[in-house]
Design a protein around this ligand. Structure first.
Ligand code: AMP
Length: 310
């Protein structure tokens, strides 16, 4: 496989403190890039770009390497403090409040891509400051498909930089509240149209337990989320979705029609493996066989017969 068929993932690599109505875990490994990279690694080679301090556990870096994720773009700053995020989920587990954010080494992050990363054909700009996303994008030679995720914070405090980077990507993947905030449109069809006016050809709107919508050309596709009995910690579901989606595209398929629909289902499959445990506890131990059988479960979940009323 040429290096073209690999995915660069840039974003936060973090230590989280997650509180749910049932349980709590501090020192929980998180970060948008962490979850996206692990999810994508099942489908394509992944090159990670991020930054941590030396408080980040070495064993977690080894977990990433065991997934054959290239971590030479993960900078470890001696004496630095890893980005930390603390959040509390509401009883419905679909909404959460951020209780604390400590930027640490994020504050001065100026990524330098290892030269072989620049040849990758695929780039996923996971959630991080838009200026950092832009600086990574500028170092890529000729990426075939660039996906981007963001969050409410950057819409609030860095909109001009965010709009600049959005104008240069093919696929925007954001959650429904962020799509509304970004465009000022409550209706998601109108919000998707508003996003496309900013530049991206395709828009994926993530809706948590209600699944995700894809808008591409005249096509609209709705992917469900798997109805699960036990939700332990949804942190990272959106990132795992994006990782599955981009990881599938990075296999070299054309980014339109059926292929984008299939990518949506791989996204949903990988996201379904985040919520059953804290951090990446569940996501890390998968193999292609389990992924393919859950893919078949999604097919069954949405399959229905044509009704003949004649
Ligand atoms: P998700 O549940 O998909 O929205 O992603 C949650 C992850 O985003 C957590 O592991 C956090 O570490 C990370 N995160 C939270 N706030 C930020 C931020 N301001 N910038 C980058 N990453 C963040």
């Amino acid at each position: 496989m040429s290096n073209q068929q690999s995915l660069v993932v840039v974003g936060s690599v973090a230590i989280d403190w997650v509180i749910t109505p049932e349980a709590e875990r501090s020192e929980s490994i998180g970060g948008a890039a962490t979850f996206a990279a692990i999810a994508a690694s099942y489908l394509s080679p992944v090159n990670l770009v991020g930054i941590v301090g030396d408080d980040f556990p070495q064993r977690s870096i080894e977990d990433l390497r065991r997934k054959r994720i290239d971590t030479s773009g993960l900078e470890v700053v001696p004496g630095g403090k890893t980005f930390r995020w603390k959040g509390r989920y509401h009883a419905n587990m679909n909404q959460r409040d951020t209780l604390d954010t400590q930027l640490g080494v994020f504050e001065t992050f100026d990524p330098k891509l290892p030269p072989r990363y620049a040849d990758s054909g695929y780039l996923f700009l996971a959630n991080i400051q838009p200026e950092v996303q832009l600086r990574v994008l500028e170092q890529m030679k000729a990426p075939r498909i660039v996906g981007l995720d963001t969050m409410n914070l950057w819409i609030d405090i860095a909109r001009p930089q965010l709009e600049k980077v959005i104008s240069r990507v093919g696929v925007l993947m954001i959650n429904e509240e962020e799509a509304r905030q970004l465009t000022g449109e409550h209706n998601l069809v109108k919000a998707a149209r508003g996003v496309r006016k900013l530049g991206p050809k395709s828009v994926v709107i993530k809706r948590g337990e209600y699944g995700a919508l894809l808008f591409h050309g005249d096509d609209v596709f709705s992917a469900p989320a798997l109805p699960l009995e036990e939700v332990v910690d949804p942190t990272g579901a959106g990132d795992a979705f994006a990782g599955g989606f981009m990881g599938y595209l990075a296999r070299g398929v054309e980014p339109h029609g059926e292929h984008l629909r299939t990518a949506m289902i791989y996204g949903s499959v990988l996201a379904s493996y985040i919520v059953g445990g804290f951090s990446y506890d569940e996501l890390i131990g998968l193999d292609l066989e389990r992924i393919q059988s859950r893919f078949a479960l999604f097919q069954r979940l949405t399959d229905f017969a044509r009704a003949d009323l004649a």
